[in-house]
Ligand binder design. Structure first.
Ligand SMILES: NC(=O)c1ccc[n+]([C@@H]2O[C@H](COP(=O)([O-])OP(=O)(O)OC[C@H]3O[C@@H](n4cnc5c(N)ncnc54)[C@H](O)[C@@H]3O)[C@@H](O)[C@H]2O)c1
Length: 367
């Protein structure tokens, strides 16, 4: 078991990473004199696979529970479900000092995080992330949110959890596609911050990545990188933006694709990273050799690296750029892009020429 202590301007919490660590939830609740009932929010898939074993352990420790089960998928991050959770928590008489448990991937985490940040002006949340994406990324850093009709994650708050329990036993039931979608957020962190981490990752194939010891290391290293960036810049006024590497493109693709299941978030992030790498080459930043190393690693894992390989969708460059202009990274109508100077060194660029962006998008659509 590994523990990371995150400290954000005096607010601290642990991230516990291990195999079968439900006892850590019970320990935390008993150490914090938890006496009421634990409200758990999850989705149908997770409920089917993992809820009963958790409920058995909680009930053996005499912890009462209430459960709300939502539909799975990105479209669940909506006003409709936010309202549903908020009203459900209030009708369950959840008090400020109670704990709400989010049990699921990034969708459940973002949505429950948002709801808990506004009910009674903020109640405690514990994240039990069940996807690799949520363990290496979305559960950490306090960003919560839902999608607007105009774009992804445009409505939300900052609300840190009291505890994150990254239990790798959940990941055994993740399908290859979901696992690799989550891995995108881990490899992205290596690319922007840690050359040695990337060199270690690039030696592995899919089987290697799924080995338990390797998974623990991937979650630990990724969590450390994210915690450090958030500690330096909690509200994303500067360096935290590095985590958006590939995301300006990815969010536009997801939005233009109507958040459909034929393009998962991490899959969009990989395509976004490939586009951001091409943009970095346009500015003579990353070398051709390093660029190739990254693309080879993505191809070894069978990721889609070009827009026109996304199945049953059509995109056009102008529309994608229009969506990008709505992105949260727009300042004074100018878009910031994250580029790679070299592997392990991301930079924030405020001066990207949009004609270059358009050219890269058009080439990827017509490849
Ligand atoms: N808040 C942040 O900082 C942040 C960072 C990155 C991504 N995100 C958000 O995270 C979301 C994507 O997260 P995600 O990829 O976890 O998506 P998700 O929550 O939709 O989960 C993916 C799928 O896996 C299923 N699932 C969950 N756990 C499982 C398990 N253990 N076994 C089998 N199936 C399981 C889910 O039911 C769902 O169908 C996006 O909305 C993205 O915007 C947020």
């Amino acid at each position: 078991m590994k523990i990371i202590n995150a400290n954000y301007n005096g607010f601290t919490h642990d991230i516990i990473i291990g195999n079968k660590i439900f006892d850590q939830l019970i320990l935390y609740l008993s150490n914090n004199e938890f006496r009421s009932k634990l409200c758990i929010i999850t989705d149908k898939n997770v409920a089917h696979l993992h809820l009963s074993s958790l409920l058995i352990e909680l009930s053996a420790s005499k912890i009462k529970t209430e459960v709300l089960i939502l539909n799975p998928g990105e479209r669940t991050k909506s006003w409709y479900n936010l309202k549903k959770i908020v009203e459900w928590l209030i009708s369950n008489k959840v008090e400020r000092n109670d704990y709400v448990l989010s049990l699921g991937g990034g969708v459940i985490g973002d949505l429950t995080g948002f709801a808990t940040s506004i009910v009674r002006r903020g109640i405690n949340i514990i994240h039990m992330p069940t996807t690799l994406l949520a363990q290496v990324d979305s559960s950490i850093g306090g960003k919560t949110g839902i999608n607007s009709l105009k774009g992804k994650n445009l409505i939300g708050t900052f609300h840190h959890p009291s505890l994150i329990l990254s239990d790798i036993s959940f990941l055994r039931t993740l399908k290859r596609r979901e696992f690799l979608s989550g891995y995108a957020e881990a490899v992205k962190k290596a690319l922007i911050k840690d050359n040695d981490f990337f060199s270690w990752l690039e030696q592995m194939d899919y089987r290697g990545l799924r080995e338990e010891n390797n998974i623990v290391k991937i979650i630990y290293k990724s969590s450390k990188i994210k915690v450090k960036l958030v500690q330096q810049d909690e509200k994303e006024k500067g360096q935290r933006a590095l985590l958006n590497f590939g995301h300006t493109f990815a969010h536009a693709l997801e939005s233009a694709n109507n958040y459909s299941n034929n393009l998962l978030h991490g899959e969009a992030v990989i395509i976004g990273c490939c586009l951001a790498l091409k943009l970095s080459r346009e500015y003579d930043l990353i070398t051709t050799k390093e660029h190739k190393r990254v693309i080879n690693h993505f191809k070894k894992l069978n990721y889609i690296t070009e827009i026109n390989h996304i199945k049953s969708s059509t995109f056009n460059a102008k529309n994608l750029i229009d969506i990008m202009q709505q992105d949260k990274k727009v300042h004074n109508k100018k878009l910031n892009f994250i580029l790679l100077k070299r592997i392990g060194k991301g930079i924030i660029s405020t001066n990207v020429n949009m004609n270059k962006v358009k050219k890269i998008l058009t080439n990827s659509i017509n490849v």
